[in-house]
Design a binder for this molecule. Structure first.
Ligand SMILES: [Zn+2]
Length: 139
């Protein structure tokens, strides 16, 4: 008869331990589900035409073509053209038919380069008035 309370206490402790374990497991699962995906930092804002903007999440893989100040699916015929590639959190000017192709020489921009001091925060094609800016999640 002395055994019974002791046994119950052990059972209660076991249940408490199990409960704590389940809670910890649930917390870990939730953390995995809710944490931001790697590379899903910010987005690239492409400005073109008469102040139009196109925002592409940095974790997307996409090619954006701008011709004569319009996204290419709206455009017709030949003219100014910029091909912007977004891949693996980076953006760069893949093709451009501007006079000196300075925008193609500006290299690749990602979250790291955009936040570095004295570094490229924008890729700009001045003759075509097209720019790409990196915007982090904090904004
Ligand atoms: Zn250019």
């Amino acid at each position: 008869m002395e055994h019974e309370p002791k046994k119950n206490r052990i059972r209660i402790n076991l249940l408490l331990a199990l409960g704590a374990l389940l809670f910890a497991a649930a917390t870990i699962v939730l953390w995995f589900l809710l944490r931001p995906k790697p590379g899903a930092g910010g987005s690239f804002v492409i400005r073109y035409g008469n102040g139009e903007t196109l925002t592409v999440p940095a974790d997307e893989t996409r090619t954006v073509v701008i011709r004569d100040g319009k996204l290419v699916d709206e455009a017709t015929g030949e003219g100014d053209e910029n091909v912007i590639r977004i891949e693996n959190g980076e953006a760069w000017m893949e093709e451009a038919n501007c006079p000196h192709r300075e925008c193609m020489k500006q290299g690749r921009m990602n979250e790291e380069t955009a936040n570095r001091v004295m570094s490229v925060m924008w890729i700009v094609c001045a003759p075509h008035r097209v720019s790409i800016e990196y915007v982090g999640n904090g904004k």
